[in-house]
Design a protein around this ligand. Structure first.
Ligand SMILES: O=P(O)(O)OC[C@H]1O[C@H](OP(=O)(O)OP(=O)(O)O)[C@H](O)[C@@H]1O
Ligand SMILES: Nc1ncnc2[nH]cnc12
Length: 182
């Protein structure tokens, strides 16, 4: 993609993200990606840029894994574009059948993530998708969960990365790509 087109897409995405101070608790500057979903050109821009990055860096990808809940908004669209499958990484108790779980720390709280036992097979190459990287706890736990299944994590994609929260440091073993940094 030409630099100009790339820049325009980033601008479009940036214009369609809202910030809500003190949500859901005081001190959190909540980044809301809902406007992206309301604006088809912005949603296409996200998927275009993720698709380009995947094709450039990880053409061997087998599966896209999306992290609940907002990784589900972008992950299936990317998977469909690439012609590969999508699997959900969910909060505890939502997935039927045998699952494997891992607990992790949030920017505000603690939670447990699960994946179905048959979601990936040994050796499959996975790209993980979420809307946002804050402390990196969610993404890190998701990587570890997939590795428990002997899947190989090729990379981690997010729309927004918080630079100050050092999520990328926690993910130093992984290749992280963010469309926007704030
Ligand atoms: O880098 P971290 O500090 O782990 O934070 C990032 C995670 O937090 C948010 O999800 P949240 O846990 O609020 O869940 P939701 O999308 O289901 O509302 C966000 O969508 C990421 O998944
Ligand atoms: N500041 C933030 N905005 C939106 N989602 C988040 N998840 C963790 N921190 C967040």
């Amino acid at each position: 993609m030409a630099d100009g087109a790339h820049h325009e897409k980033i601008e479009l995405i940036t214009r369609n993200i809202r910030t809500f101070p003190d949500f859901p608790v005081k001190g959190i500057n909540f980044k809301d990606v809902c406007p992206i979903l309301k604006e088809p050109s912005a949603l296409s821009a996200v998927v275009d840029l993720f698709e380009e990055q995947t094709k450039q860096s990880f053409p061997q990808v087998d599966i896209i894994a999306g992290i609940e809940a907002r990784g589900f908004l972008f992950g299936p669209l990317l998977a469909q574009r690439l012609g590969v499958g999508f699997v959900p990484v969910r909060k505890k108790g939502k997935l039927p059948g045998p699952t494997v779980s891992l607990s992790y720390a949030l920017e505000y709280g603690v939670d447990v993530l699960e994946i179905q036992e048959d979601a990936v097979t040994a050796g499959q190459k996975v790209v993980l998708i979420d809307d946002l990287l804050a402390t990196g706890g969610t993404m890190h736990a998701s990587c570890k969960l997939l590795e428990k299944h002997q899947a190989e994590v090729l990379g981690c994609f997010v729309v927004i990365k918080f630079k100050d929260l050092k999520g990328e440091e926690k993910l130093h073993d992984y290749r992280v790509f963010s469309l926007l940094q704030c």
